[in-house]
Design a protein. Structure first.
Length: 117
Protein backbone atom coordinates (compact mmCIF):
# COMPACT_ATOMS: atom_id res chain seq x y z
CA UNK A 1 0.00 0.00 0.00
CA UNK A 2 1.29 3.42 -0.96
CA UNK A 3 -0.21 6.54 0.59
CA UNK A 4 -0.23 10.03 -0.90
CA UNK A 5 -1.22 12.90 1.38
CA UNK A 6 -2.21 16.23 -0.16
CA UNK A 7 -4.23 19.35 0.46
CA UNK A 8 -1.99 21.26 2.80
CA UNK A 9 -1.32 24.94 2.41
CA UNK A 10 -1.38 28.34 4.01
CA UNK A 11 -4.63 29.51 5.56
CA UNK A 12 -5.66 32.25 7.96
CA UNK A 13 -6.86 31.40 11.43
CA UNK A 14 -10.54 30.52 11.33
CA UNK A 15 -10.24 29.16 7.83
CA UNK A 16 -10.62 25.64 6.46
CA UNK A 17 -8.62 23.06 4.56
CA UNK A 18 -9.36 19.56 3.41
CA UNK A 19 -6.58 17.02 3.40
CA UNK A 20 -6.71 13.90 1.27
CA UNK A 21 -4.98 10.57 1.70
CA UNK A 22 -5.11 8.57 -1.49
CA UNK A 23 -4.00 4.97 -1.54
CA UNK A 24 -3.21 2.19 -3.90
CA UNK A 25 -3.99 -1.39 -3.03
CA UNK A 26 -7.16 -3.42 -3.16
CA UNK A 27 -7.57 -3.85 0.58
CA UNK A 28 -7.27 -0.19 1.51
CA UNK A 29 -10.99 0.24 1.97
CA UNK A 30 -10.83 -2.18 4.90
CA UNK A 31 -7.81 -0.57 6.57
CA UNK A 32 -7.88 1.72 9.54
CA UNK A 33 -6.58 5.11 8.46
CA UNK A 34 -5.25 7.73 10.79
CA UNK A 35 -4.03 11.27 10.56
CA UNK A 36 -1.10 12.41 12.64
CA UNK A 37 0.76 15.69 12.81
CA UNK A 38 4.15 16.91 13.88
CA UNK A 39 5.03 20.51 14.53
CA UNK A 40 8.66 21.72 14.51
CA UNK A 41 10.42 20.69 17.68
CA UNK A 42 7.49 18.62 18.89
CA UNK A 43 6.64 14.97 18.91
CA UNK A 44 4.24 13.48 16.45
CA UNK A 45 0.69 13.41 17.77
CA UNK A 46 -2.49 11.62 16.86
CA UNK A 47 -5.21 13.69 15.21
CA UNK A 48 -7.96 11.42 13.99
CA UNK A 49 -8.73 7.92 12.73
CA UNK A 50 -11.41 6.07 10.86
CA UNK A 51 -11.55 2.39 11.64
CA UNK A 52 -11.59 -0.17 8.87
CA UNK A 53 -13.76 -2.74 10.58
CA UNK A 54 -16.79 -0.67 11.52
CA UNK A 55 -16.18 2.80 10.09
CA UNK A 56 -16.19 4.45 13.49
CA UNK A 57 -14.14 7.58 13.99
CA UNK A 58 -11.95 8.94 16.73
CA UNK A 59 -10.52 12.40 17.36
CA UNK A 60 -7.95 13.99 19.57
CA UNK A 61 -9.52 16.35 22.07
CA UNK A 62 -7.67 19.27 20.52
CA UNK A 63 -9.52 18.89 17.20
CA UNK A 64 -12.84 17.45 18.28
CA UNK A 65 -15.72 19.47 16.87
CA UNK A 66 -13.48 21.16 14.30
CA UNK A 67 -12.07 18.31 12.22
CA UNK A 68 -14.00 15.57 10.44
CA UNK A 69 -12.53 12.40 9.01
CA UNK A 70 -14.33 10.52 6.24
CA UNK A 71 -13.76 7.98 3.52
CA UNK A 72 -15.03 8.10 -0.04
CA UNK A 73 -17.56 5.52 -1.22
CA UNK A 74 -14.98 3.43 -3.02
CA UNK A 75 -12.77 3.56 0.04
CA UNK A 76 -9.53 4.51 -1.63
CA UNK A 77 -9.35 8.05 -0.29
CA UNK A 78 -9.67 9.32 3.25
CA UNK A 79 -10.32 12.98 3.90
CA UNK A 80 -9.69 15.22 6.86
CA UNK A 81 -11.88 18.29 6.78
CA UNK A 82 -10.35 20.91 9.02
CA UNK A 83 -12.48 23.87 10.02
CA UNK A 84 -11.93 26.74 12.43
CA UNK A 85 -8.22 26.31 12.09
CA UNK A 86 -5.98 27.72 14.78
CA UNK A 87 -2.35 28.77 14.69
CA UNK A 88 -1.52 25.77 16.86
CA UNK A 89 -2.78 23.46 14.13
CA UNK A 90 0.28 24.37 12.10
CA UNK A 91 2.12 21.12 11.44
CA UNK A 92 3.11 18.58 8.88
CA UNK A 93 0.18 16.20 8.61
CA UNK A 94 0.73 12.54 7.85
CA UNK A 95 -1.73 9.83 6.98
CA UNK A 96 -1.12 6.26 7.98
CA UNK A 97 -2.94 3.00 7.41
CA UNK A 98 -2.98 -0.53 8.66
CA UNK A 99 -5.01 -3.66 9.16
CA UNK A 100 -7.46 -3.08 12.02
CA UNK A 101 -5.89 -4.16 15.27
CA UNK A 102 -2.36 -4.32 13.90
CA UNK A 103 -1.26 -0.72 14.09
CA UNK A 104 -0.23 1.65 11.33
CA UNK A 105 2.06 -0.15 8.95
CA UNK A 106 1.98 2.29 6.04
CA UNK A 107 2.77 6.00 6.12
CA UNK A 108 2.43 8.80 3.62
CA UNK A 109 4.98 11.53 3.02
CA UNK A 110 3.24 14.37 4.85
CA UNK A 111 1.62 17.62 3.79
CA UNK A 112 2.34 20.98 5.43
CA UNK A 113 -0.46 23.00 6.97
CA UNK A 114 0.38 26.53 8.01
CA UNK A 115 -2.20 28.61 9.86
CA UNK A 116 -1.41 32.29 10.13
CA UNK A 117 -2.64 34.10 13.21
Amino acid sequence: VQLQASGGGLVQAGGSLRLSCAASGRAFSTYTVGWFRQAPGKEREFVSAIFGDDGSTHYADSVKGRFTISRDKIGNTVFLQMNSLKHEDTSVYYCAAGVPGYGYEYWGQGTLVTVSS
